[in-house]
Ligand binder design. Sequence first.
Ligand code: BG6
Length: 521
Amino acid sequence: MPSNQPMSNPVQAKPAVYRPSRRDGALRVPETCNMVIFGASGDLTHRKLIPALYNLARGGLLPANFNVIGFGRKPKSNESFRAELRDAVQTFSRTRTIDNGLWERFAQGLHYQQGNYDDRQDYEALHQQLTHIEQSHGACSGRLFYLATPPEAYQTITGKIGETSLGKSCPGAWTRIIIEKPFGHDLQSARELNEHLHSFFNEDQIYRIDHYLGKETVQNILVFRFANTIFEPIWNYQYVDHVQITVAEDLGVENRGAYYESAGVVRDIIQNHALQLVALTAMEPPAEFAPDAVRNEKVKVLKALRVDDSRGDGTIRGQYGPGKIAGKLVPGYTQEEGVSAESTTETYLAMKLLCENWRWSGVPFYVRSGKRLPRRVTEIAIQFKMPPLLLFSGAAAQQIEPNTLVISIQPDEGITLKFEAKVPGAGDTIQPVLMNFDYGKSFETPAPDAYERLLLDCMLGDSTLFTRSDEVEAAWGLITPVLERWRNNVHDFIELYRAGTWGPKQADDFIEADGRKWRVL
Ligand code: BG6
């Protein structure tokens, strides 16, 4: 068994210097701008957006005179909007204790406007309110529109912003739009949405969000790879046996059954979060840390990927049945609210990808993700090849395990390298040991939430951590044929797994047929 004891002292922290487009590392405060949130009564606004903005205000990172107008269909006053957002910050912010003085100042900038997404007059009224706010500060300011609505409303809202004066900030000021995932539901719809957006906005005004890219540990993949010399020379087919990427959740679909029915794990996690992890792991070093240079490299990886369908269709799909999570009984997927009793939507997927380029020729990338697995864990594990010649014979040699480098995205953020060591004593026993880097121990400052980083970057005009139109299409280009095969093979089974287990047994058989095993997490 591997020892969990670190072999070295935790890495000594130096001041952070990684800002992709800001090489001096300085934290910049955006110039004056205001934000409109469509879907202001929804979950995302309460759980993520307002807590993130509040924490930016706490860190002194919001622009002066920053205002938010929440636009939503439900009637409510500014006061009730502010009161419900205060509760949201209290409940969901990473810093739970509200600073009353700060909140009062922050809340003065929160406004609500009721409206319908398809009513032009409501957009004119919104424009008036926004202009009034801008004029009260006497300066031209940027406009940030955040679409936190169901995806069906994206075209209507962006069309109305584009057609009305809303989308035309005064000269010299910018207009940007943040669009949540899912961006389309297949290649065709993603293309249509891109075309629609491009008919109103330039690509550099469109910020497609994938919150995984805002996670500190995900950003650190590039720093780890490209700010160190020792790993990159072995980061290729000559040394790597395979890569395993796991995005496991213990949660079920919660109150999002209806959405999940149309998504499944492939659209919810694999097409976006998981493929971004693959792209960051596999990409070539960009020529510079600039938005397009980084995204060009990711697009190349996404285009080089293919699903290995040499056995079956290269995927194993599963759906959770009733079971136990942390000792508590939980219902099966088809018993969840909003889910059809006959549903064949997948809540688990394992797939084998091949990246057909020089660096990764023949190296499988096994990707798995599921809901109601035993615990929440996201990691990238690079498993290296066995030494070319085993000098140690007998029992000692049989215990040798390949080196594995694990990048833990969550919840135990860090990086671990497993290697072999001799057990002290007269015998020849060999045992794997771990070299650990633990974020919590090495850095004192708690990591900001992904949305804090992404909202700030958008206000600063840095799109490095947002997905470009060709990137999102390349990801759909890989996934859409899989979805089509499933649709055409209606007699294929979806495998059931008990909630609280690591997915269907067929997923184990799938990787074991290649002489490999899923990591035990
Ligand atoms: C979202 C999915 O994009 O990511 C959710 O829609 C999922 O279904 C969530 O639970 C996982 O995010 P995180 O940050 O908790 O890993």
